[in-house]
Ligand binder design. Structure first.
Ligand code: ATR
Length: 268
């Protein structure tokens, strides 16, 4: 029941109406009987939104597109992880001090590790935007043998490779190299609704020894994952990254172990 002692957590973004965060977090509060509530706020004025949330003593803030970089200017502390990734998706309010971190990489690596070892593997990352940064950070942490970035615009891939001191940046058309990788991760928006039915790579380079991970989760089974399934590759769904990222956030906000099954059911 919501009362005068209820602690507020929320997600800020624009748009935000599609977010699954309120469903997952509120279901978990209910299951554990925690006096918390989670709301979604469509925000354009990030600075004032954060000041307002600080003033009303909101406990936790999930940050989504397009504010993941901008919020870094208005929090009190950005941890080393978020600094290296260059984006914040989680803010915890500790007695008025806003501490920012990033759980995108933890969510992605946990989803991947359910299906494969990462240590010693060759990973092909498709895309060189914000999401790719969190994935590359995670792959480095998990000691992938080499990380190769493939992108529509080669110079963006090369820049990212240089920044993270990894193997290299290449064109998405370099499909022979993608074929050699153990793990293929799509971080581009290719295949996302309303443009489902498109894959960022060709069917003929996907094979049974590939682990194919698509961080796109609308639709749940993207064209890339369908092709992976068809070729008997191991596939990893993007909604697992979402789930495990939310679990990490729930635990930071409440200090309690998250009820995984409850949160997973709330995603469906
Ligand atoms: P996010 O923060 O979600 O990663 P982003 O920073 O805008 O979003 O990055 C989008 C990524 O998807 C980029 O790597 C982009 O490639 P470019 O660097 O060439 O722009 C890639 N991308 C977007 N639409 C694409 C398309 N139709 N085909 C191939 N790559 C695409």
């Amino acid at each position: 029941m919501i009362n005068a002692k209820t602690k507020l957590c929320c997600i800020i973004g624009n748009p935000v109406e599609h977010s699954k965060s309120p469903l997952m977090h509120n279901a978990a509060y209910k299951a554990l009987g925690l006096n918390f509530a989670f709301l979604a706020f469509r925000v354009t004025d990030v600075k004032n939104a954060l000041e307002g949330l600080r003033a009303i003593d909101a406990r936790g803030i999930v940050v989504t597109i397009p504010h993941k970089q901008e919020v870094m200017n208005y929090v009190d502390e950005v941890d080393e992880t978020a600094r290296q990734i260059g984006a914040v998706n989680t803010i915890v309010n500790e007695n008025g001090i806003l501490r920012a971190t990033n759980t995108d990489w933890t969510g992605a690596m946990r989803a991947l590790k359910e299906k494969t070892e990462i240590t010693g593997k060759i990973a092909a990352v498709l895309g060189a935007g914000g999401a790719a940064r969190a994935i590359i950070y995670g792959l480095k942490k998990e000691s992938a043998q080499s990380i190769l970035i493939f992108n529509r615009t080669i110079k963006n891939a090369q820049k990212l490779a240089q920044e993270f001191a990894i193997t290299g940046g290449y064109s998405l058309e370099n499909e022979d190299m993608i074929k050699q990788a153990d793990i293929v991760i799509n971080t581009t928006s290719v295949g996302m609704e309303p443009h489902e039915g498109v894959s960022p790579i060709s069917e003929n380079i996907i094979h049974k020894d590939h682990v194919v991970f698509d961080i796109v989760y609308t639709p749940r089974e993207t064209k890339l994952l369908q092709l992976g399934k068809k070729k008997s590759a191991t596939i990893v769904h993007g909604d697992k990254m979402l789930l495990y990222g939310a679990i990490a956030q729930f635990e930071l906000f409440t200090g309690q172990k998250a009820p995984q099954k409850v949160m997973e059911d709330a995603l469906c």
